[in-house]
Ligand binder design. Sequence first.
Ligand SMILES: [Zn+2]
Length: 210
Amino acid sequence: MEKSYQRLLEGNKKYSDSKKFEDPEYFKKLSLDQTPEYLWIGCSDSRVPANEVTGTHSGEIFVHRNIANLVVHTDMNLLSVLEYAVEYLKVKHIIVCGHYGCGGVRAAISNNTHGILDNWLRNIKEVYYKYQKELDAIEDMDKRTDRLTELNVIEQVRNLAKTKVVQRAWHNRTLRIHGWVYGLNSGLITELSAMYDELEDIDPIFRYKE
Ligand SMILES: [Zn+2]
């Protein structure tokens, strides 16, 4: 069997052994239930694993990932994850985590074609279009891409606040939505100023009645 493939199964055996060595009941306890306090919406990029970069363990973060951490209102996958996390798991925080050096954002800023992905990345082009004046004024392309990465996260936080699932929760309890950007070359997370936790945070046109 191919070595690069086999090492995953070997790694899994070691992982299982070391966890059981630390706590013989570890998997038994974990298998009973999950009570994560956080929903993570992040990029599929292999360099941004939610648990690892936040120093958390299995069972602590409910995770959804897609290319460039987008919240698209017709995405049944994301909406199912969101509803389950908010209504059944009762997470207290939703984090949209983008990352500098995001290939998805870089691709969206270009005029090259990438197949089906272009339809997905179109959502980022719309963000660019909304902030075109600010972005066009940034001459350095890396800096412009970084700024678009931040604006994209902010817009996805707003998209979450516009969902009925989030607004329904706000009528009854506390739920905070945060925007983060992770730095691939520092390993550090930057908290963006966009933090939504009530209906008044969004424009009236997007508010649903209870
Ligand atoms: Zn990315």
